[in-house]
Ligand binder design. Structure first.
Ligand SMILES: [Zn+2]
Length: 266
């Protein structure tokens, strides 16, 4: 069923509302053995007094909020980290939870004005919190990042960060600097992380990545010059891999994997 985002809900809270609650980066799920997003009736008094309206899925409103610290949950509900729930929650619910998380986190962290310190209020005609004292407006944050598959003949360039699961390699990636275009960021990241030059990056596709608020911009490019050099301050492993000697790859939920699968299918 299609999700339609909205800022203000037109009706009163309802027991059937889907309520996406977070404690830190963990999500409240119902039926932990076969997890799903809970509805208001199941959460009862645990739904905070104010929630952020996310939108509607079918006729059902979706609300989100951050739970108070140390809240005890009713039986049948559990807190689980969002990322590993991919593949366990239905895809549409996981995407909805990622969207809600970014809104709940923005709302939770912008309660006071960054300019003058006064309490902000949430606007209902714009996705923003406004300062009644100085007029400053805080919008949900996005951090653009580039991710790129670099190929050379029948091999692709993959690297591994120290925080990856053992044995896993992925495409190179990095945040876009202020003032920088996405293609510039691709060339810079490849230069910094691998020491090589590449051809003009080609657009591949994008993915929202709510950890905590990245927008991943995917590109492909080909090697143009230079030999790869590992910078241990950036990566702990780096190499060219052929289709028959690929290492452990990122999960199918990631744009990194879609980039690699796209190359494998080519
Ligand atoms: Zn202010």
């Amino acid at each position: 069923m299609d999700f339609a985002p909205a800022i203000r809900r037109p009706d009163d809270p309802h027991e059937r509302d889907i309520v996406v609650l977070f404690a830190g980066s963990a999500l409240v799920v119902a039926d932990p053995a076969a997890p799903r997003l809970p509805v208001r009736a199941e959460l009862g008094r645990h739904v905070p007094a104010t929630t952020v309206h996310v939108g509607r899925i079918g006729g059902t409103a979706v609300e989100t909020a951050a739970l108070a610290e140390g809240a005890d949950l009713p039986a049948g509900l559990a807190l689980e980290p969002l990322r590993p729930l991919h593949g366990r929650l239905r895809d549409a619910e996981w995407a909805l939870a990622g969207r809600a998380f970014q809104l709940a986190e923005w709302d939770r962290t912008h309660r006071f004005c960054g300019v003058c310190g006064a309490a902000t209020v949430r606007l209902d005609d714009e996705r923003a919190r406004s300062c009644p004292s100085c007029g400053y407006r805080a919008y949900p944050r996005h951090s653009p990042a580039v991710i790129m598959l670099v190929s050379r003949g029948d091999e692709i360039l993959l690297g591994r960060s120290a925080h990856f699961p053992p044995g896993m390699y992925s495409t190179l990636a990095g945040f876009v600097d202020p003032g920088e275009g996405a293609e510039e960021a691709v060339r810079r990241e490849v230069r910094e992380e691998a020491g090589i030059e590449i051809t003009e990056p080609r657009w591949f596709g994008s993915q929202s990545w709510p950890f905590p608020h990245s927008l991943m911009l995917g590109f492909t490019a080909e090697w143009a010059a230079g030999e790869i050099q590992l910078d241990p301050s950036e990566l702990e492993g780096l190499g060219w891999f052929g289709r028959d000697d690929l290492p452990l790859l990122p999960p199918p939920s990631s744009i990194a994997r879609r980039l690699i699968d796209g190359w494998l299918g080519a």
